[in-house]
Design a protein around this ligand. Sequence first.
Ligand code: 4VN
Length: 323
Amino acid sequence: MPFGKITQVAHYVPNNIVTNDDLSKIMDTNDEWISSRTGIKERRISFEENTSDLSVRVAEDLLRKSGVSATELDFILVATMTPDFATPSTASLVQGRIGAVNALAFDLSAACSGFVYAYTTAEKFIQSGSQKGIVIGAEVLSKVVDWSDRATAVLFGDGAGGVLIEATEEKHLHGANLQSDGLRGLSLTADQKLPKANFQANREENPFLYMVGRDIFDFATREVPKNMKATLEKSGISADEIDFYLLHQANSRIIDVMARKMKQSIEKFPMNLQKYGNTSAATVPILLSEEVEAGRIKIGSNQKLMLTGFGGGLTWGTLVLSI
Ligand code: 4VN
């Protein structure tokens, strides 16, 4: 049976940088508060580019760096909670714009876990005969946050990352463990599409990104380490054998807690949230791409990686893979 393997990585962020000091001029906040509580120093904010534009940049870079042509792609998956449209999907827009005439395309909605959910889906396509495809996580969260709410606006940013996956004979994805708790889903909502349904009768209407920070923080520290350990168990790989833990970049304090709970040195947990804030589905693939660019992670080296996403849905999930 064929298995999927990451053969190239890429990322793209809008060039407009907004620092904490910039934000302190338009809302009642300051660098000290934001940095000490979240680790974030600045984020990228797109003016003219939407999620499909960021995704096209990533897709083109993947093809350029790998020498694979667009017509060889069998699938394009885009994980996003900020698609350009409800339809066409962001993935279809990318498929058309890069000329991937042989690729199926669809978006996957799993918020901050979107990339690990989409990668797991891609693995299934490879196992059932697809040869090559791309998986992208991309967001323009700046377009859905409430810029008058200092509790949420300072946390998020825009960006995109992705991977090229190709069929190979050896297993590279050793374990995947995806979870959801929809009963707690209303603690993180964004961009409601339809009028409130009955089950949301008590909910205050909020068209923007809305988050009960404490609940999400507690969920992340309680549920996610259990999921990470269960994935190691499934994979037959120990925590010590993992070279790098690439976690969703939402808050540096969360990452510190997780390193402690996994009994691993914080050195194994690269972070880039100081530069980009929380880009939801894009955090994990951007981090992977930057670590490859920096030479700490090497494609084809057989290093062991853990990729973990957690957030809206609620959803959470972990991949253990060799790269
Ligand atoms: C996972 C997490 C978060 C998140 C939750 C809360 C939070 C990030 C609340 C307290 C505040 C500092 C910021 Cl853990 C978000 C997502 C969604 O991607 C996923 N920051 N904070 C403080 O210290 O007062």
